[in-house]
Design a protein around this ligand. Structure first.
Ligand code: PMP
Length: 297
């Protein structure tokens, strides 16, 4: 495996970062996860835009401009000969002496890891996965703004540990007011009384790119969508539940705590429509002309 590290593509075992990197010492940094379909990075501009937003919210200046970042992603994919992949792009505050002050770090550390996509088992999509509502609450949005896609994941990891203990795949956290927020790596949707519901940004969530697409598709297909504040009881009384993210796409949920759900028509319809959206995006990018892949084949 080849990894991009600060301007160079190197074998994975040489891709090492200092123990004085503030990403390691303090979780001081940001990242994006992208999915590549047939050589096309889905929603690349949106992911890059969110990366720069995260950087700006923590006062971090990304050492590359957007075009160079995009080229570096493709170069890393080409170096690994991967056309269906997962991309993890991380920018940490960089190497400095011990101390919280970001100014101790001269230069951010930029890393791009790409991995072949391990598709989720078909049974997950057919039967749904199990989720819980953990005791761990979502970080207060006034403390760590969840719109910053940061390396600081301990809140989510604590919730994930609870999920694993209860044999569940994902944990959907409540906020400090007891309202539903999001999963540790996903956004939440449920369908109830003819309404597609999802917690609003104000509840303290990351505005997932997949979530945005699903909301758009649902409205286009004539579904009524409600972004708002919801309680655990709202979710328990739902007819269908699903979670979304870049790699999972639209994943049906079969169980929330002890409540059981059967993946239904709305979830299936939205997943199909999401896939069509992906295919249209990929065809569109390809139709625009030769890609960086063509010069490397
Ligand atoms: N919420 C959290 C906390 C996440 O980590 C993710 C995954 N990036 C999401 C939601 C979903 O975001 P996206 O659809 O952009 O992958």
């Amino acid at each position: 495996m080849q990894v991009y590290l600060n301007g160079k593509i190197v074998p994975a075992k040489e891709a090492v970062v200092s123990v004085f990197d503030h990403g390691f010492l303090y979780g001081d940094g940001i990242y994006e996860t992208m999915r590549v379909y047939d050589g096309v990075v889905f929603m690349l501009d949106e992911h890059i835009k969110r990366l720069y937003r995260s950087a700006s919210l923590i006062g971090l200046s990304i050492p590359l401009d957007t075009d160079s970042l995009k080229i570096s992603i493709f170069e890393t994919l080409i170096a690994n000969n991967l056309k269906n992949a997962y991309v993890r792009l991380t920018v940490s505050r960089g190497h400095g002496t011990i101390g919280l002050d970001p100014e101790l770090c001269a230069e951010p550390t930029t890393v791009i890891i790409v991995q072949g996509l391990k598709e989720y088992p078909r049974s997950f999509y057919e039967n749904g996965i199990s989720i819980i509502i953990p005791k761990t609450r979502r970080n207060l949005k006034e403390a760590i703004n969840p719109r910053i896609k940061s390396l600081n994941f301990l809140n989510n990891i604590l919730a994930k540990i609870e999920a694993k203990k209860r044999d569940a795949y994902e944990a959907v956290m409540l906020n400090s007011c007891g309202k539903l927020t999001e999963g540790t790596i996903s956004n939440l949707f449920f369908y109830r009384d003819g309404l597609l519901c999802t917690p609003s940004a104000d509840c303290g969530i990351l505005d997932g790119i997949t979530r945005g697409i699903v909301v758009e598709i649902a409205m286009r297909d004539g579904l009524k969508v409600k972004e708002g504040e919801f309680t655990r009881e709202d979710l328990y009384s739902a007819e269908e539940v699903f979670i979304t993210n870049t790699t999972l796409e639209v994943m049906p949920v079969s169980k929330v705590d002890d409540r059981v759900y059967i993946p239904g028509n709305v979830t299936n319809l939205l997943h199909k429509a999401y896939r069509q959206e992906v295919n249209a995006y990929v065809s569109n990018v390809k139709a625009k002309g030769p890609s960086i892949w063509d010069q490397n084949e």
